[in-house]
Ligand binder design. Sequence first.
Ligand SMILES: Cc1ncc(COP(=O)(O)O)c(C=O)c1O
Length: 359
Amino acid sequence: MSAPTEPALAVRSDLAGLEPYSSPQRPARYRMNTNESPYEPSPAFRSELAGAISAVELNRYPDKDAHDLCEELSLHTAWPQEGISVANGSNEVLLHLCLAYAGTNRTVLTFEPTYSLHSLIPRMTGAEVVQLARDDIFEVDLDAAVTATRDLRPEIVMVCSPNNPTGVLEPLPSIEALLEEAPGIVIVDEAYSEFADPGDSARGLLEEHPNLVVTKTFSKAWQLAGARIGYALGHPALMEGLALVRLPYHLSALSQVTALVALRHADESMRLAAAVAEERDRIAIELQAMGVKTIPSHANFVLFEVDDPPGVWTRLLERDVLIRIYTGTPGLEHAVRVTAGRPHETEVFLAAMREILDE
Ligand SMILES: Cc1ncc(COP(=O)(O)O)c(C=O)c1O
């Protein structure tokens, strides 16, 4: 059968110019490009998980409200269960939020450069996205942000703290200023918050601000990127709206029990997150000693600047080290990002960088 040259139906006209999410993948021994944990779940975790999975009634649909998981997340976050919504990774949490609260004729404000899905997901739902540029040290320009919020009246303001790919933390007073000004909701994406000081989390603002939603993931600090589990914390009335856009039984019983087991092993995950944060600081200090400009990071990666990003990326890959490059992303013309991993990975990466810079 020969494929027709034209598709039977064109995609929606508002999607036509969009680029799908892309992150260059190559086979490499040292995968320091996608900000996952370098650590696998422990043997104790695995055997407990195996037991929990074998008890799952796979012939039945899962609990569509993930009641047990939300109950445990409520204890973990000290936030009411009715104010928690879980999904397949925080990407899907963001999709649910945008399906319910963005969409056609609505506006979403982002601060660029940031996680590319913060503009892509609202666009998928038909919303208009207004992208404000960060300043030259990648901080949100608060005056410009407050003015834009006042003028554009966006339904959603998207903040990423610590921000991907810069690692920059958004100070809580800035988030509060946006919460005061926003006519709609402010989403603070805290995918990397476990690598920062707990006191810097926007979680503590939830009680005072019914228009705040904080999103979290098990993909970065919890060694579970493959399991696809994330959640949102917000006012119960806001979370109730998400039930309208979630597919029934969206989160599999396997994912639900995996997250429950993970929460029982939280101390181990937080210990490993702290070890990764140490490697992040070591990478930054050593790169600076090589004369490389690094951006101060509170996440599990370091963004740094080089004259020739494609050249450095390629020469690292030749040495079996894969990092992240941002070809064509405004503001990141000279930037590359390396994910912090195990101590040995830090050493391999730093040795490769020394060689490359000496060439
Ligand atoms: C800022 C940010 N938010 C959300 C995500 C998505 O994470 P998840 O695996 O939970 O969908 C990522 C992944 O890279 C991210 O960097």
